[in-house]
Design a protein around this ligand. Structure first.
Ligand SMILES: Cc1cc2nc3c(=O)[nH]c(=O)nc-3n(C[C@H](O)[C@H](O)[C@H](O)COP(=O)(O)OP(=O)(O)OC[C@H]3O[C@@H](n4cnc5c(N)ncnc54)[C@H](O)[C@@H]3O)c2cc1C
Ligand code: SF4
Ligand code: SF4
Length: 1020
């Protein structure tokens, strides 16, 4: 399956460097794309452990006649990070801060460090690297230097170039040189570099007139080489600036020295409203005179998108007044707070002078909404980003394509430019949504095109030519922050003229005469619309496939599976190393293979036949998905909603069909089927955890790690048949049990058996169905007992869900079967569950449960495997206990006699709770307990993820995931804090990792009820 193109180079690299080397098709495929619409298969991939490794890799590549492509996060939008080269990925190992001079506000870093990581390290010192690109969570400093990246606040801080002081780079001849500040006579430049530096200065001098005449005079010019840095007469010569923005074509950066800035203080934001888009663009040139640090545009489409989303609506309501066509968010950040307030007043006055007033109609309706609350300011930033992401998440084959998105024009022309470009789009039958940086005249816009169609490809060229001609006429820049890559290098002649393009070539040839470094970018580029370089190139098509789940919301082969996979646009948000919860496996391994993007790319290449026959069911594919814990974080946090957990089910299903099941998978998947028998043998099976050697045997025979205890079987498991009488907890009695029973007597009815309550006639306002899942039923029945006690105490008539066919085997959601790829068996379980629950759900009776992955599966997987209205009804009525109680409390229908219990609860949310926005209700109901302060741990997946944490081949990743944030946070929690975790496996991981017992929220509420009862009795 794996075709190695360069066996000699691969062998030498493996022998001579300490870093990782991958030449197989799957690895190369994962490095064939960046965030542009291009795709070029590289020849191999290296992850150097040291700078020496990187140097050696370059030497070997040169000797074998192969070019080299440096790579950071691979988030470039212009195709500069794809090539038929040896890719050298700096992000995994070359990511250290090498030196920090706080007083001098400088630092030196390796190229692979991510901007957010660097800023986290600088924050305690009151400093930051202020080039705040939107991709800060995954963009590396090496990549930012490569692209001369620009942040939203470039008006104050400049671009990357203005913030880089020196670069150590390996050049094409293998020598390392230091590029930095230099005297004009080059007397302070190393003798080895002096000839090159002298020639560069000569080019600058020779082309001075042309540079003066042709280089756009806008701040946002990142295209071409920075010849303007070489102009004679400048007394700030810095040779590093010729490398900035050179897209890896001149040298390989190994050490980058940066200028740092003090952290921003409080900011004042004015949201300027405009009745017309043109007027907003026209106003930008006047607004910047008030010296804001940013002016960001949000247009009507963005506002509408944000208003449609429940979590963003409240934010929009707070800063958007009425129905504007555009809002400019103007940010002031002077050190003097009063000065910021004065500028806001001046902003309001300016809007008035420009003729805008709230009382007017049409384009002149407008004014300023002041936003001073930092929280709201943060929320607005999130809305802005999310709005763009939603635009990117259209499911059709046509997508917003970035190629003219990066133009910057002088502010005086901004209004005309945007109006004319809108007309160009219309002429070519498309449209675009505008966003980004009005302050510097750089407005991003992406027309929607389907690059598989010849007509759209032709439209792309026509739009590009018309747009770039317009930008040239306005003396603007066609590359405003995203760089040249493949998409804009072709047009340099049009922007800079042929003389300067020859000068660019001269620079390239002097640095890199043999074309070792990222050839075909900036100079001698291929045609930007050559389909051979497109992600959806000639012959691209999905193979027909029968899928196990429903993908009909998407286009393409496999009933839409292809379209779902193609939703990944490579923006790299899943590579964030902190904040949010996506993607835990990447946070542990830092491998492109183990991130959502790498998985989506591998799937896309596999189903379109680009990884050889049978790639979808191959071992390499299984390996690609092995560490995916199906946490569903990507489903929520990926800007385009890539749902890898669901895609993994397809691969597992196809592999099971082909290879059958291992014993390990059988034991995991079929648990609900054998559990009633196993529970009867609990004394025997529990010996696995007690007898020396038994655990080792279970690892050898069934793949369960000997380093984990397995869940304890209970002989007193939760039996449906008990629910003609009161719930009883094993080993419990006396005062507490009496209190529990008394609470239970508060129930309006003692009927708790679904069979005893006809769904047709019995469902009333206070009815609720309790679904007992397999895990709580057999291993932790006290949670179910607690839930019953709470519901009954709150006055609900509880029906315990039992099979409609009267069979003895309890109901099951089918999750364990999905986790091993047995979708057919999961469907059978779902059908049974639907037969029992759908009649209740159809009448609006809430179906309440405890285990997040089971209950949220009623909303997610069951409708994807059983397509009918019963599944939809269940999805609409299935609630976690805390969701139900929070809803009832909000409606004023919940009266629980809760008593103080502890001072603090520390909550860990199950991944699926986070994915389905179902964590807040846990906090809400815990706060019902008097005096209980609730802290939620900022945790990603706990690492257990069902059977993942038990398996011998994944236990190390499981433990590492736990250590990312959850386990350290639990260890730090005060001894008397209650640790709350609703997931069975989360509780197990917390126990194993910290020795502390976490509780389901149901038990916290029950304990609080009991505390009240005991107190009342005591008073008696
Ligand atoms: C949704 C989205 C939003 C974005 N927003 C912004 C924004 O606000 N501002 C902005 O400027 N850009 C933005 N970008 C573009 C991109 O994210 C930035 O340019 C980013 O800085 C690239 O960093 P990276 O680590 O991903 O670089 P990569 O794509 O990996 O590399 C970029 C270039 O640098 C070169 N390079 C990498 N490492 C080295 C090295 N060690 N030595 C020499 N050359 C090297 C590469 O060869 C390549 O040519 C955005 C992109 C996306 C997808
Ligand atoms: S999976 Fe989502 S977040 Fe990751 S790169 Fe693809 S689109 Fe971006
Ligand atoms: S489901 Fe979780 S582990 Fe799997 S790709 Fe998505 S975020 Fe990563």
């Amino acid at each position: 399956m794996s075709a190695t193109l360069m066996p000699g180079l691969e062998r030498r690299l493996k022998a001579e460097i300490s870093g990782e080397v991958g030449f197989d098709r799957f690895t190369r495929g994962r490095y064939a794309t960046d965030a542009s619409h291009y795709q070029i298969m590289p020849l191999g991939v290296v992850m150097p452990r040291t700078v020496a490794d990187a140097g050696r890799a370059m030497t070997l590549a040169r000797e074998e006649g192969v070019s080299v492509l440096a790579r950071g996060g691979g988030t470039s939008q212009s195709g500069q990070t794809v090539n038929r080269s040896l890719v050298v990925d700096c992000s995994k190992y070359l990511n250290r801060v090498l030196d920090l001079d706080v007083a001098g506000r400088r630092c030196a870093v390796e190229p692979g460090i991510v901007l957010d990581d660097l800023n986290r390290a600088l924050k305690p010192h009151g400093l930051w690297f202020p080039v705040d690109v939107s991709t800060a969570s995954r963009a590396t400093i090496g990549g930012m230097v490569g692209n001369n990246s620009c942040g939203a606040r470039s008006l104050r801080y400049g671009n990357t170039r203005e913030n880089v002081t020196a670069i150590d780079a390996i050049l094409a001849d293998g020598r390392t040189s230091r590029f930095g500040p230099a005297a004009r006579d080059l007397s302070d430049v190393a003798p080895t570099l002096r000839p090159l530096a002298a020639e560069l200065l000569a080019i600058g001098a020779r082309e001075a007139d042309e540079i003066e005449a042709r280089f756009p005079k806008v701040q946002r010019r990142v295209g071409g080489y920075n010849l303007d840095a070489l102009l004679p007469g400048r007394n700030d010569l810095n040779l590093a600036h010729i490398l900035v923005g050179s897209e890896g074509t001149l040298g390989f950066s190994t050490r980058i020295e940066l200028k740092l800035s003090p952290l921003l203080g409080r900011r004042a934001v004015g949201a300027c409203h405009f009745g017309g888009f043109y007027d907003a663009m026209e106003a930008a040139q006047h607004i910047v005179k008030l010296a804001p640090i940013a002016v960001e545009l949000v247009d009507r489409t963005m506002i509408a998108l944000a208003r449609d989303i429940a979590i963003f609506r409240p934010t929009v309501e707070q800063f958007v007044r009425g129905d504007p066509d555009a809002v400019l968010l103007v940010e002031f950040a002077d050190d003097d707070w009063d000065e910021n307030l004065r500028r806001l007043k001046r902003l309001a006055a300016l809007m008035g002078d420009l003729g805008f007033a709230w009382g007017k109609e049409g384009a002149q309706r407008g004014g300023v909404v002041e936003v001073l609350d930092p929280k709201l300011q943060g929320a607005i930033t999130e809305v802005r980003t999310a709005g763009l992401n939603i635009m990117m998440s259209m499911k059709e084959e046509g997508k917003p394509i970035s190629f003219v998105e990066d133009c910057a024009v002088p502010l005086a022309h901004l209004a005309d430019y945007t109006a004319r470009l809108t007309e160009v789009f219309e002429k070519h039958g498309t449209r675009g949504t505008w966003y980004a940086h009005a302050s510097v005249g750089c407005l991003h816009v992406r027309p929607v095109l389907n690059l598989r169609l010849d007509k759209d490809k032709a439209a792309m060229r026509a739009i590009a030519e018309e747009a770039f001609a317009m930008v040239r006429d306005y003396k603007g820049s066609h590359s405003g922050e995203h760089g040249d890559g493949i998409v804009r290098s072709e047009f340099h002649e049009m922007m800079f003229g042929s003389r300067l393009v020859r000068a660019f070539e001269h620079v390239k040839d002097r640095f890199d005469p043999t074309g070792l470094l990222n050839p075909g970018k900036i100079v001698r580029a291929p045609k930007f619309d050559d389909r051979a370089n497109f992600r959806y190139g000639p012959g691209y098509h999905g193979e027909p496939m029968a899928m196990a789940l429903d993908w009909s919301a998407y286009p393409g082969a496999g009933g839409g599976f292809q379209g779902a996979v193609e939703m990944c646009n490579n923006n790299g948000a899943c590579r964030a190393l902190a904040g949010g919860v996506m993607c835990p496996s990447y946070r542990v391994t830092r491998e492109e293979r183990d991130v959502t993007r790498g998985r989506a790319n591998t799937l896309r290449l596999a189903i379109t036949g680009q990884l050889g026959p049978d790639a979808f069911t191959s071992d390499e594919m299984a390996e690609t998905l092995r560490l995916c814990v199906s946490c569903k974080a990507c489903r929520r946090e990926c800007p385009t909603g890539v749902d890898m957990a669901r895609m993994k089910v397809e691969v597992l299903s196809a592999r099971v069909e082909k290879y059958g099941l291992s014993l390990h998978d059988r034991l995991v998947g079929y648990l609900p089927r054998y559990a009633p028998y196993a529970a009867r043998l609990s004394w025997l099976l529990n010996l696995r955890n007690a007898l020396p050697g038994a655990a080792v045997l279970s690892e050898a025979v069934a793949g369960f790690s000997a380093r984990r205890t397995l869940p304890r079987w209970r002989s007193d498991w939760f039996k449906d048949s008990e629910f003609h009488s009161l719930p009883r907890r094993a080993g419990e009695g006396g005062e507490e049990e009496a209190a529990r029973n008394e609470a239970a007597t508060l129930a309006p009815s003692r009927s708790r058996d679904a069979r005893s309550c006809s769904p047709v006639s019995g469902g009333g306002e206070k009815d609720v169905v309790l679904f007992a899942d397999t895990f709580n039923r057999y291993f932790e029945r006290e949670n179910l007992d607690a839930a019953l006690a709470v519901l009954v105490a709150a006055g609900y008539r509880v029906h315990v869900a039992t099979p409609a066919d009267g069979a003895a085997r309890p109901l099951c959601c089918g999750r364990t079967f999905l986790s091993i790829g047995r979708v057919d068996e999961a469907r059978k379980e779902s059908e049974r569950t639907l037969a029992a629950l759908a009649p209740f759900a159809a009448r609006g009776v809430p179906v309440v449960g405890l285990e997040p992955s089971c209950i949220l599966g009623f909303r997610d997987e069951i409708p994807a495997i059983v397509k009918d209205e019963r599944a939809d009804a269940l999805a609409a009525n299935a609630l976690l206990l805390e969701e139900f109680l929070a809803r009832e409390a909000k409606a004023g229908r919940l009266a629980l006699p809760l008593a103080p219990l502890a001072k603090r609860a520390v909550v860990h949310g199950h991944c699926h709770q986070k994915s389905f926005d179902a964590l807040a209700p846990v906090e809400t109901v815990l706060k019902l307990v008097p005096g209980l302060a609730v802290d939620t741990i900022e945790s990603s997946c706990c690492g257990m993820a069902g059977a993942f944490g038990y398996a011998a081949d994944t236990i190390d990743a499981s433990l590492a995931m736990g250590e990312l944030s959850l386990l350290p946070a639990v260890r730090k929690a005060p001894d008397d804090a209650i640790v709350v975790a609703d997931g069975t496996s989360c509780r197990h991981q917390i126990h194993d990792g910290t020795g502390r017992e976490a509780m389901h929220v149901a038990r916290v509420l029950e304990a609080s009820l009991l505390a009240g009862k005991v107190r009342v009795r005591g008073a008696d």
